[in-house]
Ligand binder design. Structure first.
Ligand SMILES: Nc1ncnc2c1ncn2[C@@H]1O[C@H](COP(=O)(O)OP(=O)(O)OP(=O)(O)O)[C@@H](O)[C@H]1O
Ligand SMILES: [Mg+2]
Length: 137
């Protein structure tokens, strides 16, 4: 079933010049399409909504600081099973545990700076798309 998902290339990915590499992996998947894309330094208020489920955890505040520390690439990706699919391309949260071949496994080392966010369910995707692309139909 065709779906849409919110993908963020986090500030570490942008600083390290990995936009092309990561967007390329997404574009290479058959029948997926990037339907919106912008380089943008994320507002704290948007990040607080985005990461509301993590409020109170020890990593929350440094995570928000990191995510606001420089530009991210904010994008909408649409296609067949794209929600599950981009999560699979990204790999598990901890880049050391993430398998080689995944984005986090190939490029990451520390948990906070794990390069990419992708919505984890259809409900999360709709919620997150509204935060970052309020005018997107
Ligand atoms: N123990 C931790 N220490 C430091 N940072 C963490 C830790 N756990 C999670 N994070 C950071 O918070 C983000 C959100 O955590 P979550 O558990 O939702 O992981 P995720 O769903 O794999 O990642 P994301 O929501 O960014 O796609 C992680 O991607 C990572 O950047
Ligand atoms: Mg998450």
């Amino acid at each position: 079933m065709s779906e849409r998902t919110l993908v963020l290339l986090k500030p570490d990915a942008v600083r390290r010049g990995l936009i092309g590499e990561v967007v390329g992996r997404i574009e290479n998947k058959a029948d997926w399409a990037v339907t919106a894309l912008e380089l943008r330094t994320l507002e704290r208020s948007a990040l607080e909504q985005h990461y509301a489920e993590h409020v109170g955890k020890p990593f929350y505040e440094p995570l928000v600081e990191f995510m606001a520390s420089g530009p991210s690439v904010v994008m909408v990706v649409e296609g067949e099973r794209v929600i599950e699919g981009v999560r699979a391309l990204a790999g598990p949260t901890d880049p050391i545990a993430a398998p080689p071949g995944s984005i986090r496994g190939d490029f990451g080392t520390i948990v906070r700076e794990n390069l990419i966010h992708a919505s984890d369910s259809a409900e999360s995707a709709e919620r997150e798309l509204k935060i970052f692309f309020p005018d997107f139909i």
